[in-house]
Design a protein around this ligand. Structure first.
Ligand code: RFL
Length: 387
């Protein structure tokens, strides 16, 4: 069996790429380890930034995939005192509401139900062969047996722990890794965000609250790398949320799940080996305090879809050859913003991490967002992804 593009992984990167390629008339097959119901139910964080909205508009897909316009605000709360930051920009390119989960749902509907796209679920034992040359193939197993899919290009959209990157021989990639030295506890709770989304700085550590649908929100609390669920019974969770938000009126409600995320930044370069291309979390991770991981994945697949269209339809491989360089320039800009945001939000809080000097400097930096129009404009550009 043969196709033009084999895409590994039906996360936001793989599904968006497949939809763009479909729109461009380039044949592709998506291979995914889980089933459709799992992908539809999986809780994933992230809201499409303004640049991403423009991208979907350019591909003629914004109406099918995104929600309505949204005014974006963030409460950079400092020891219980609210500071509402408004993300500003051209009226012509307003952010539109779309969470990652909503996007994945809409992409699955558009691709499978609207366009009869080829997504093969529940695949196991996936391996990539001859990626170094022009005739790669992918071998995988499903309920009907083991299959071989020949193709011209393999795209690894299988996340940070996927198998695509492992198909690249040792010594080809350079891995850049930065560990922040702390983690976030993420807790999904049965209560909506009632005011603005919170990115909170406190003497007791970071606290965030972001919307996850009409009835739920997710709290994020800075914690030690070694912390486990035993360290965080619900009682402690709610005490810390009250303490760090400075809001004692917050009442404990049902906690649906808790998990721990070590804060780290990773880049694997180059993002290409022969006919294998990496996109999204398979190629890079940004710490969640930047809220950019999904948006960076969308950037990669936009560049890749345009480059594959030029190569396959117009026989012009120039942009495909530049894929890695084009994306990495963007990736390092996002890493710069992510590092800066993560340091500011954590250093300004609990001084036990980097000391009282860095705490005061980080608080001065945070204050600039509300006193300097230039700092506010730059911050808005980063938030919108339009820098
Ligand atoms: P995904 O979403 O992990 O999808 C990968 C897919 O590949 C499949 N797969 C395989 N399939 C076949 N064979 C194999 N061998 C396979 N191995 C894996 C998996 O089943 C899965 O379906 O990667 P993708 O598409 O690159 O998308 C990346 C984004 O999901 C990620 O960057 C964001 O979730 C990051 N992120 C955020 N991004 C934002 O833009 N804004 C945010 O506010 C935001 N908050 C967050 C976040 C990530 C977080 N965690 C969980 C680290 C908050 C948190 C806590």
């Amino acid at each position: 069996e043969k196709t033009t593009v084999a895409i590994i992984g039906a996360g936001v990167a793989g599904l968006t790429l497949a939809t763009f390629l479909h729109q461009a008339g380039v044949a592709c097959v998506v291979l995914e380890r889980h089933d459709r119901a799992y992908l539809e139910q999986r809780q994933r964080a992230g809201v499409v930034e303004a640049r991403g909205v423009q991208m979907f508009e350019r591909w003629g897909l914004a109406e099918q995939l995104l929600g309505g316009p949204v005014a974006q605000t963030i409460d950079y709360r400092l020891n219980g005192v609210s500071n509402i930051f408004e993300i500003t920009g051209d009226a012509g390119s307003q952010g539109r509401f779309c969470t990652q989960q909503m996007l994945v749902l809409n992409l699955l509907r558009e691709l499978l139900d609207g366009r009869a796209g080829d997504i093969r679920f529940d695949v196991t034992e996936l391996t990539i062969h001859h990626a170094e040359g022009p005739q790669p193939h992918v071998r995988y197993t499903d309920a009907t047996g083991t299959h071989e899919l020949a193709c011209d290009y393999v795209i690894g959209c299988d996340g940070s722990r996927g198998t695509s990157r492992a198909a690249i021989p040792p010594g080809v990639l350079t891995t850049y890794n930065y560990e922040f030295g702390y983690a976030w506890l993420a807790a999904l709770v049965e209560a909506p965000v009632t005011g603005h989304p919170i990115m909170g700085v406190s003497d007791y550590g970071f606290v965030g609250q972001l919307p996850r649908g009409p009835h739920r929100s997710r709290y994020y609390l800075q914690c030690a790398l070694s912390d486990t669920a035993e360290d965080w019974p619900d009682e402690r969770l709610w005490q810390e949320i009250q303490r760090r938000t400075g809001d004692e009126t917050i009442q404990p409600v049902v906690v649906h799940d808790k998990f721990f995320v070590p804060l780290r930044s990773v880049v694997h370069a180059p993002m290409q080996y022969g006919s294998l291309f990496l996109a999204g979390d398979a190629a890079h991770l940004v710490p969640p305090a930047s809220a950019k991981g999904m948006n960076l994945a969308l950037y990669d697949v936009d560049v890749l879809a345009q480059a594959l269209r030029s190569t396959v339809r117009d026989q012009d491989p120039t942009t495909l050859q530049q894929y890695s360089d084009t994306c990495l320039a963007r990736v390092w800009k996002y890493q710069e913003f992510a590092l800066d945001m993560t340091n500011m939000l954590h250093d300004a809080g609990d001084a036990s991490q980097h000391g009282p000097f860095r705490q005061q400097v980080a608080r001065a930096q945070l204050a600039s967002l509300f006193t300097s129009p230039t700092a506010a404009q730059l911050h808005s550009e980063y938030q919108r992804g339009t820098f």
